[in-house]
Design a protein around this ligand. Structure first.
Ligand code: ZN
Length: 252
């Protein structure tokens, strides 16, 4: 196997990770907000952009939606606009390419922006997605275009279901359970992979933050690529600090 060499002549951690990936039989990538900040979508922890005007723990909570859907939708309309203007970056594109090349079994993501799908990945979106809405009353699910038509026709700017209930953004709000089927699939992937690459996540939010431990218990190698500390920094096999848009394309 040909290895590209670091300028110093010594293979660096990215080379090591690429070798591990190419030697693995079943690799899974787990991504978080950090892969989308490079597409201009601010992480709510940053306190930047729309997160400077709204407290995520307030407007992103299921109790706020039940109490005041008008305010929650005022926020989500902005958030959906931010996401609509974003395009996949080199990190998303690299993971989709690895999937097509058969190097990656699946991308599991905490992100709700749909950018992995836009890049061509069949990503498992465990926190839902912003391009759809759900009815808590009758279980109906509509796409965002239909929700926006209903919003435009509603005096309060809230999309309403045919059953009369306000429709909820198609993402998992604070205080809500994660979709059981998606999280079961995520745990099955973690326990059956031999390499887990966690990219752009602090791995602090559970239950997704528990996936690396599940993978490790099943014997998998854990690699972390992130800017800034993560919950597994002292407990992983490869740790790369850096831009996902620069590191991930080097794995292809
Ligand atoms: Zn309904």
């Amino acid at each position: 196997m040909r290895r590209s060499r670091h300028p110093s002549g010594v293979p660096d951690d990215v080379d090591r990770l690429r070798d591990l990936l190419h030697a693995s039989r079943r690799a899974v990538a787990l991504t978080g907000a950090g892969i989308s900040t490079e597409s201009g979508i601010p992480d709510f922890r940053s306190g930047r952009g729309i997160w400077a005007e709204f407290d995520p723990l307030e407007v992103g909570h299921i109790s706020a939606f039940r109490r005041d859907p008008v305010r929650v939708w005022a926020f989500y309309r902005l958030r959906i606009d931010v996401v609509r203007q974003a395009t996949p970056n080199a990190g998303h594109v690299a993971l989709a390419q690895l999937e097509r090349d058969g190097r990656l079994a699946r991308v599991v993501t905490q992100n709700v922006d749909g950018l992995h799908r836009a890049a061509g990945s069949d990503a498992l979106e465990v926190h839902g997605a912003l391009d759809r809405v759900d009815c808590l009353g009758c279980g109906a699910r509509l796409d965002i275009a239909e929700a926006e038509r209903r919003m435009a026709g509603d005096p309060d700017g809230v999309p309403r279901c045919d059953c009369g209930d306000p429709l909820k953004p198609g993402v998992v709000l604070f205080g809500e359970m994660l979709p059981e089927e998606a999280i079961d699939q995520a745990f099955a992937l973690a326990s059956s992979c031999d390499l887990l690459i966690a990219a752009g996540s602090t791995l602090e939010v559970h239950p997704v933050g528990g996936l690396p431990a599940v993978a490790q218990r099943a014997g998998a190698t854990l690699a972390i690529v992130n800017r800034g500390p993560t919950a597994y920094d002292d407990d992983c096999d490869v740790r790369i600090e850096g831009s996902l848009g620069e590191v991930l394309p080097r794995l292809v």
